[in-house]
Design a protein around this ligand. Structure first.
Ligand code: BG6
Length: 499
């Protein structure tokens, strides 16, 4: 249930994430009347701003992130006014004990609550939208100033570490202050409507599940393609690369939800228990597997949507980087259900378009019974479209109408969320932030999941390091290096591009 009183503190309160995602998400929830009256948002940053200045900044910036069009102007303005009224700002230098005392004072001063007749303690959320190196130190300070009570929650953004050891160190430091049940590690893919719908598609229907195994599934493809480049984020990105930035978290989470066993019910731990089992069943990648089954790429200049775009090195502002902006790889889940079924994963920046999807490719019918149809049938495929157009598409074979013999034709059954549902699809952060406020960790990454994902990814990173090869170049605006196509071709398969 929603607490009546909540202090939502954002470290990095003037940062990009706060302005692009967190504040708009809270604004939307507020607009829908879902924030309790006594809900304070405390922006903490090093910017020299008082509360009024912060309120002004947010008032001006928010309409750039939440389009007023489509909302009743009076309702929009009232909600903006309300949200701005919830804001506080605190200038904080992590090294300055006085600044921490001020935070303590603010959190203890629930003057506003008294006005609405509530208790003077609120549920405290601490959102760490700052560099991961600060996660541990901030938690230690929060502990010192005595604001971490049993209902307090901490929210962490990725990257949680850059390998297993550093992830453990972060988790240890945060875990010294917050219990695991108070710790919310965000993977925003888990908040996406279509990703949550994956569970429903699989487990609230009967027709798929009997086929969802190595007996009927030939292979699975998971693609998260972006048309954007690294933009202004080169500083972070160059030390990370696509494997750490996308595969270790988002793609592996999609793989888990696709491959996991049905939990008995959707509970705080049950779904995470099942996902963990999938991660633990991933076939470990030895050096030879890495050489054979992974492809690294980096974009060079090219055309995206007819526009000339720069190479990664130009976006970065220096040449010679060996960071990959594209990865394709072949994984396998070694368990009863999936043994022998390849899971092909790929993700990249500056690809031909923005599309994320999971494609389950079923086996060919065992026998071609329509004369002359050999080679004319295509395998059934279920496309689960995650973004930008959420939906599902099932590829089937049908008879082409006509009086002559039987001629086969591929057709598709399409489900588009946009035309099926009239409700607005909320942004992932809207759901996830409310889950934090409610204290529901189901759709957050548990410590063991994060670490299991790093354990699987780490040998790939190590092998790449050892080889010291530069990533293959691919022109911006394409589907990546040809070696990514070869990865499937070699197995007699091809990437399924959605038209
Ligand atoms: C983030 C990555 O986690 O996800 C970014 O750090 C990436 O590099 C982004 O662009 C993609 O998210 P979405 O929701 O736009 O698919």
């Amino acid at each position: 249930a929603l607490p009546e009183h909540c202090d939502f503190t954002v470290f990095g309160g003037t940062g990009d994430l706060a302005f692009r995602k967190l504040l708009p998400a809270l604004f939307h929830r507020d607009l829908e009347g879902q924030l309790p009256d006594d809900f304070r948002i405390i922006g903490v940053s090093r910017s020299d701003l008082d509360t009024e200045g912060y309120q002004q900044l947010v008032r001006e910036a928010l309409p750039g992130h939440v389009d007023p069009a489509g909302h009743d102007p009076a309702t929009y303005d009232a909600a903006l006014q309300r949200l701005v009224g919830r804001l506080h700002h605190l200038v904080l230098d992590a090294e300055e004990p006085d600044d921490w005392h001020q935070l303590h004072g603010l959190l203890k001063d629930r003057g506003r609550t008294e006005a609405v007749g509530g208790p003077d303690e609120a549920v405290r959320v601490f959102y760490l939208a700052v560099a991961p190196a600060l996660f541990g130190p901030i938690c230690a300070r929060l502990d010192e100033i005595g604001v971490v009570d049993p209902t307090a929650r901490v929210v962490m953004e990725k990257p949680i570490g850059r390998d297993l050891a550093s992830a453990r160190a972060v988790n240890d430091a945060v875990g010294a202050v917050f219990e695991e049940s108070q710790t919310f590690r965000i993977d925003h893919y888990l908040g996406k409507e279509s990703v949550q719908n994956l569970l429903v598609t699989r487990f609230a229907n009967t027709f798929l599940e009997p086929l969802w195994n190595s007996r009927w599934v030939d292979h699975v493809q998971i693609t998260v393609a972006e048309s954007l480049g690294v933009g202004e984020r080169g500083g972070y990105y160059d030390g990370s690369g696509a494997l750490r930035d996308m595969v270790q978290n988002h793609l592996l989470q999609l793989l888990c939800l696709t491959a996991m066993e049905p939990p008995t019910y959707v509970g705080r731990e049950t779904v995470r228990d099942e996902k963990l089992k999938v991660l633990q069943a991933l076939k470990p990648m030895g050096p030879q597997d890495v050489d054979r089954d992974t492809v690294r790429g980096q974009y060079r200049q090219g055309l995206v949507d007819g526009q000339a775009v720069a190479a990664y090195s130009d976006d970065l502002g220096r040449a010679g980087s060996s960071t990959e902006t594209f990865v394709a790889l072949k994984a396998e889940v070694q368990n009863w259900r999936w043994a022998g079924v390849p899971f092909y994963l790929r993700t990249g920046k500056r690809m031909d378009r923005r599309v994320s999807e999971i494609v389950v490719v079923f086996k060919e019918p065992p026998h071609a019974m329509f004369p002359g149809s050999e080679g004319a049938t295509t395998a059934n495929r279920l496309h689960i479209l995650v973004q930008p157009d959420e939906g599902m598409r099932l590829h089937l074979t049908a008879k082409e109408p006509g009086p002559g013999g039987i001629r086969l034709r591929p057709v598709s059954l399409d489900l588009s969320y946009a035309t099926t549902f009239t409700q607005r699809s909320p942004d992932a952060y809207e759901r996830l932030l409310m889950d934090v406020v409610r204290g529901n960790p189901t759709h957050f990454m548990r410590r063991d999941e994060v670490e299991a994902a790093w354990s699987w990814v780490e040998p790939i990173l190590e092998r790449w390091d050892e080889l010291g090869e530069r990533p293959l170049r691919y022109p911006a605006g394409t589907t990546g290096p040809t070696a990514a196509a070869m990865l499937l071709e070699r197995d007699g398969r091809a990437w399924q591009e959605t038209d």
